[in-house]
Design a protein around this ligand. Structure first.
Ligand code: GLY
Length: 427
């Protein structure tokens, strides 16, 4: 089978790596890491006609879309219209991520638990609402904001500032519609499911670390690391999430004329009483969650994706996942990330990777002479694996320490919540 992966970040390197076990893989546009396991095609992820032409020319059987932007822009609809098989939701179904207001309406239809919220297109109305509600509050841009559009505000004053900034264009068009949401105390968990719109197959639960700095400090980023599995988000919680969240949402989407196929990412807040509240849905694998759930897949990923894309009879067979494998990814970012990352530094990787580690590239490029350089904000993922999260975290941190480039910025406490639960040192 020939598969084309769309995108060029850490998630796409992890996808190429996992799919290359079973298929010949291409990546558009890819990065220096995808080039090691796939053939990079220099096509931008939003150039759908060029992607379709490449698929036809090379006899590619399946397209797998990594990022949300092409999904929300309708890549699945456009390629499907040209008889190309694509794994991912249509433009209409991708609204579950591209519009938080739409996601709230779908959840209301399916009576899914989610924090109470109101949606505003008028700044003055939003400010009046903030003035009448108790802090903390969460102010969210309704549209796509690269994972940075949700601001937790401890005071009403902070919420007012966030509302004003969003309506002033801080997140561009994504902030033309703004949600003000109640804050729910708890721990966040990411659950990822492959689905054909009816049946589902769960990946191990994961948790990402969004803040730039050690101890969850500093600005929000696209994600500074992740781990899987999360011990309290076990198979029973996942099964409960399927019953009370995923199935009702899939039914509500189909009823609203947007049947869903692909990966559905459920961003959950889990309270102390283990109540589940949906904070967000994403219409694709998470980044960096993909980098920690895909190493737990043994085989069958390509076949699952192909069958779902083809609308064929699909049986979600859980044992294709090595649920017992713990994985931790530490993101190595460039100096200045997330505001103004410095690019161009030379990257030195160890000649031989330590046991139980992997490197997934994100913002990297290779010069014609082979020199590896920083080419983006999040540069590399140092992935550690092991029988439990503390051992996987140790392997990930060891690798992160070994990799060298000027301006390397990373956290040495990814997975600290799980390490605390396990009684292990934080890092
Ligand atoms: N890690 C969060 C996301 O992929 O949106």
């Amino acid at each position: 089978m020939k598969i084309l992966v769309i995108g060029g970040g850490g998630r796409e390197h992890a996808l190429c790596w996992a799919l290359a076990k079973e298929a010949e893989v291409f990546c558009a546009p890819g990065n220096a890491g995808t080039a090691e396991v796939a053939t990079n095609l220099p096509i931008p992820q939003d150039d759908f006609p060029a992607i379709a032409d490449a698929v036809k020319e090379r006899g590619i059987d399946l397209v797998v879309v990594g990022p949300e932007a092409p999904l929300a822009a309708g890549i699945v609809d456009e390629l499907t219209a040209r008889d190309i098989r694509v794994f991912g939701p249509t433009k209409a179904a991708a609204q579950i991520e591209a519009s938080k207001a739409f996601a709230k309406r779908i959840m209301a239809r399916g009576t899914v638990s989610t924090p109470r919220s109101r949606t505003f297109t008028d700044e003055a109305e939003a400010l009046r609402y903030v003035a009448g509600h108790r802090e903390p509050l969460v102010v969210k841009a309704s549209g796509l904001a690269a994972g940075k559009g949700a601001i937790v505000c401890q005071t009403r004053r902070e919420a007012e500032v966030a509302v004003r900034e969003m309506f002033a264009g801080k997140f561009g068009d994504a902030g033309r519609e703004v949600l003000v949401e109640e804050y729910i105390e708890g721990e966040e968990v990411s659950l990822l499911f492959m689905t054909d719109g009816i049946k589902t197959c769960a990946f191990p639960s994961a948790q990402d670390y969004k803040r730039l700095g050690q101890g969850d400090t500093g600005p929000n980023t696209g994600g500074m690391g992740a781990y899987a599995p999360v011990s309290f988000a076990d198979e029973f919680m996942i099964e409960r999430a399927v019953t009370v969240i995923v199935r009702p949402v899939l039914v509500a989407l189909a009823d609203s004329g947007a049947p869903y196929r692909g990966v559905l990412y459920v961003g959950l807040m889990v309270t102390r009483d283990l109540e589940l509240y949906v904070l967000e849905f994403n219409c694709r694998f998470g980044d960096p969650e993909a980098q920690v759930v895909l190493p737990a897949v043994s085989t069958g990923l390509a076949e699952h994706m192909w069958r779902i894309a083809a609308g064929e009879d699909w049986r979600p067979v859980e044992p294709t996942f090595k649920a017992e494998r713990a994985v931790v990814a530490t993101v190595l970012a460039a100096r200045g990330y997330p505001e103004a990352p410095e690019k161009g530094a030379i990257i030195e990787l160890p000649d031989r990777l330590p046991e139980n580690t992997l490197v997934f590239h994100a913002g990297t490029r290779r010069d014609p002479d082979g020199t590896l350089r920083v080419a983006g904000g999040r540069v590399l993922n140092a992935v550690g694996m092991g029988p439990d999260v503390p051992k996987a975290a140790q392997a990930s941190r060891y690798l992160a320490d070994l990799i060298r480039f000027d301006g390397k910025t990373y956290r040495r406490d990814i997975a600290w919540r799980e390490l605390k639960r396990a009684g292990a040192p934080r890092g």
